[in-house]
Design a protein around this ligand. Structure first.
Ligand SMILES: Cc1ncc(COP(=O)(O)O)c(C=O)c1O
Length: 358
């Protein structure tokens, strides 16, 4: 598609014109071993499917969503009150609503890089002035001191992922608290999409710290990326403002009903997390044996350094039916590999070893 406007067309806002288009490489993944998007590689709890089948009917589909019952159940799961969070259409809508509520054109937003692309995306749409702190290679540890130094009275919002995608590295709760304290005049969003694999959370602090926002997703460990459901948590007063800026029905009924069934099956989540943690060890050992450097991860993926062969490795694995994500455009030489089960990891390592030794 060209960008030249046809005669009579209206030019969009400058912030949108200036943006690079974002196109996720999401076609033709269904029959492959998908180690490219950090999803749950075996899918959601069977209880979710049963609940969806039971509830799917013409009568229910005709009615606009009512969130009350699911809200109670999910609040209890996260140990918060129902008015301390809002359902969102994936984390992506959480980021969008957060930015729409707090960031005006020209205001300063502090991000890290490389990180999840949607923080920059929505900050750009808002016309924010963005500054980015680098995760330093090769260890990619969270650059806490640099973040603290970069916070100024003009900083309006900070968005970070803990653990971070694609580095897999995290920051301690103490580190988050230092950021929140230094950025008392800013809103701070901590995206905990991979919390279950790291065990570090700031969710316990939302009542006490009024500039803190935390988001979680049902797209990763819960295996429900297609449903598009996230939760954005904060002090109840903040949530009331966020709700004003949010479309009232952005989340569909089936998504919340599925989530309600998902949180009832805690055993499924615990056993998947245990499997992934064991598989992550296996993957790291395998990479070491092949002499491939990697960043120690506290999430369900590992960033490996394949040097000049990053794209070649990604393509050769794809040729063997295994998808991994090239990140060399933002972390030179790096490919991100999602961790699923041990069996899947063994298959991936066998293919990688063939490719790597060539
Ligand atoms: C840090 C982070 N947050 C959020 C998401 C996606 O969340 P959702 O599917 O809920 O929009 C991802 C997906 O890759 C991610 O890495």
């Amino acid at each position: 598609m060209g960008t030249k406007l046809p005669k009579g067309a209206i030019k969009p806002r400058p912030a949108v014109v200036a943006m690079a288009p974002y196109s996720p490489p999401t076609a033709g993944r269904a029959d492959k071993l998908r180690l490219d998007f950090n999803e749950n590689t075996v899918g959601c709890s069977p209880h979710v499917i049963t609940a969806l089948k039971e509830r799917l009917g013409a009568g229910r589909l005709a009615v606009y969503p009512e969130y009350g019952e699911a809200k109670e159940a999910i609040a209890a799961y996260f140990h918060v009150q129902p008015d301390q969070f809002t359902f969102t259409n994936g984390t992506d809508e959480a980021i969008q609503v957060f930015v729409n509520t707090y960031v005006d054109d020209g205001q300063e937003v502090l991000l890290l890089k490389p990180s999840y692309a949607m923080y920059r995306f929505y900050a750009e749409v808002a016309g924010a002035k963005i500054s980015e702190i680098r995760y330093p290679p090769p260890g990619m540890e969270f650059p806490l001191q640099h973040v603290l130094d970069a916070i100024t009275p003009r900083t309006r919002a900070i968005m970070l992922a803990n653990p971070n995608n694609p580095t897999g590295t995290g920051v301690s709760l103490l580190g988050i608290e230092r950021i929140l304290h230094r950025a008392r005049k800013a809103v701070v969003m901590v995206d905990e999409a991979y919390y279950e694999f790291s065990g570090v959370t700031a969710l316990t602090e939302i009542e006490r710290v009024p500039n803190l926002f935390v988001c979680r997703t049902f797209s990763k460990v819960f295996g429900m990326a297609a449903m598009r459901l996230g939760c954005l948590f904060s002090h109840e007063v903040n949530i009331a403002f966020l709700r004003k800026a949010q479309s009232p029905y952005s989340v569909n009924s089936l998504a919340v009903e599925a989530a309600q069934a998902a949180v009832e099956d805690k055993a499924y989540i615990h056993s998947y997390v245990a499997e992934v943690l064991a598989a992550r060890e296996l993957l790291c050992l395998g990479l070491e044996k092949l002499g491939i450097r990697y960043v120690p991860s506290s999430a369900n993926f590992v960033l490996g350094d394949f040097g000049k062969r990053a794209i070649e490795v990604r393509d050769a694995l794809r040729g063997r039916g295994i998808l991994v994500r090239d990140r060399s455009y933002e972390a030179p030489g790096c490919v991100r590999i999602t961790v699923g089960t041990r069996a899947q990891t063994r298959r991936m390592l066998a293919a990688l070893s063939e490719v790597w030794k060539k």
